[in-house]
Design a protein around this ligand. Structure first.
Ligand SMILES: [Zn+2]
Ligand SMILES: [Zn+2]
Length: 350
C-alpha cells in the first residue's frame, strides 16, 4: 500500500507504494484512512525524541495518529463495527483488561497499543486499530473526515484536559499556554464551557486565531507573562493549561495560578529538557496548588465531545488551516521545527 515512511530521524519521509499491507488480528480492525492530521508528536518522533521516557522507535515505521476513515475489514471477534462504518479512534488504544482499563481509563492503559506498531499509522493508506470494539468510535455523518482527523489526538487531548482533568467551570479564569494545535483547541473548548480564557503565545497570528475562537484576552509569551496574567486577573487564574510543555511555558503556567489553582499539563518537553523541569515545590504547599497531567482521551468519552462538535458548540474544523497530500508531510514537519504552522495541517486521501 501507499505510505510515507520514516526511514531515518530528521530526514524527509519517503513516500512508498509498496509498504506491506497491515494484517489484522481477530480483535482488530483495518481502517482506510480518509484524513489524518500531522501532529507535533509526529514531529517529536521524527526528531527521535522521547528516548528519556523509554520510547525507542524501530525504523522503518509509518507514523500518523490522527486518523478518520472507513472500516475496511474487521477481525472475527469484532461485533460492534463492520466494513463501511465511518470511524475515528484515539491514538493510544487500551487493552480493556488491565486494572486501569477496568477503572475506565483506557487512555492510560498499562498495555497501550499504537497503530504504528501494528503495521502502519495514519501516514499509510490503511491503519489497524487494536481491540476495535473498545477503541473505535462511530463518526457521525455530519462530521467530515477532515474535521474528524483532529479527534484522534490534539482536539480530544485538549477536551480531556480541559473538561475531565481541569474540571474547568463557567466564569473561571483559564490561561492557555502555547497556541499550537492542542492550545487552540483548548481555547475553543474552555470558551465553549463559559470560562474566561487568556491565550498565551509568542506569535501574533496564533493569538489572533485564539481571539477568533473565544479568548477574551491575549498575552505575548515572555518572562513577564505570568506577572501580566496575575495583574490582569487580580490574583491569578483558576486553571492553567500548559499545551507546549517545555521550559518556555512550564514555570510561567504555574506562576500564573491563583491560590488553590490547578495546572493541567498537556504538552511534552523536547531534547533540551528531556522531561525534567523545575517545580516551585514549597509554593505548592503554601498556596495549595495542584499539578495534574493529561494524556489523550479514551474512546468511551468521545460521545460528549462529538455531541458538541455536531451542534457546532466546538469547532475542530475551524482549526484546519491546510490540506496536504502525503508528499506534503515533509514540508509541514519542517515548518513545525520553527513553530511556523497555524492550526491543523491534515492529509487528505486522494
Ligand atoms: Zn488496559
Ligand atoms: Zn498527537
Amino acid at each position: 500500500m501507499r505510505a510515507a515512511v520514516l526511514e531515518a530521524f530528521k530526514q524527509p519521509l519517503v513516500v512508498s507504494n509498496s509498504w506491506p499491507d497491515p494484517e489484522i488480528g481477530p480483535d482488530q480492525a483495518l481502517v482506510k484512512v480518509e484524513a489524518n492530521g500531522i501532529c507535533r508528536s509526529d514531529w517529536h518522533l521524527w526528531q527521535g525524541d522521547w528516548d528519556w521516557v523509554g520510547i525507542e522507535l524501530p525504523l522503518p515505521v509509518v507514523l500518523g495518529h490522527e486518523s478518520a476513515g472507513i472500516v475496511e475489514e474487521v477481525g472475527s471477534d469484532v461485533t460492534r463495527f463492520k466494513k463501511g462504518d465511518r470511524v475515528v479512534f484515539p491514538f493510544g488504544q487500551g487493552c480493556g483488561t488491565c486494572p486501569t482499563c477496568a477503572d475506565g481509563f483506557q487512555n492510560v492503559c498499562e498495555n497501550l497499543v499504537y497503530s504504528m506498531f501494528l503495521g502502519a499509522g495514519g501516514f499509510g493508506e490503511y491503519s489497524p486499530v487494536a481491540n476495535a470494539d473498545l477503541n473505535l468510535v462511530k463518526l457521525p455523518e455530519s462530521v467530515s473526515f477532515v474535521e474528524g482527523a483532529s479527534l484522534g489526538c490534539r482536539f480530544m487531548t485538549a477536551f480531556h484536559g480541559v473538561t475531565f482533568q481541569g474540571k474547568v467551570e463557567p466564569g473561571q479564569w483559564v490561561a492557555v499556554f502555547g497556541c499550537g494545535g492542542v492550545g487552540l483547541a483548548a481555547v475553543d473548548i474552555a470558551s465553549a464551557m463559559g470560562a474566561n480564557v487568556i491565550a498565551v503565545s509568542r506569535s501574533a497570528n496564533k493569538l489572533e486565531k485564539a481571539r477568533e475562537l473565544g479568548a477574551v484576552h491575549t498575552v505575548v509569551s515572555g518572562d513577564d507573562a505570568a506577572q501580566a496574567i496575575q495583574e490582569f486577573t487580580g490574583g491569578g487564574v483558576h486553571v492553567s493549561v500548559d499545551c507546549l510543555g517545555t521550559s518556555a511555558t512550564w514555570m510561567p503556567s504555574i506562576l500564573s495560578l491563583r491560590t488553590r489553582g490547578k495546572l493541567v499539563r498537556l504538552g511534552l518537553s523536547g531534547r533540551e529538557d528531556e522531561g525534567v523541569l523545575p517545580l516551585p515545590a514549597d509554593m505548592l504547599v503554601f498556596r495549595e496548588l495542584e499539578v495534574v497531567g493529561s494524556n489523550g482521551m479514551q474512546a468511551r468519552c468521545y460521545p460528549e465531545m462529538l455531541r458538541m462538535v455536531e451542534s457546532g458548540v466546538i469547532n475542530p474544523s475551524s482549526l484546519v488551516t491546510q490540506e496536504v497530500s502525503l508528499e506534503g508531510i515533509n514540508g509541514v514537519l519542517e515548518e513545525m521545527s520553527n513553530y511556523n504552522t497555524l492550526g491543523y495541517s491534515v492529509i487528505k486521501a486522494d
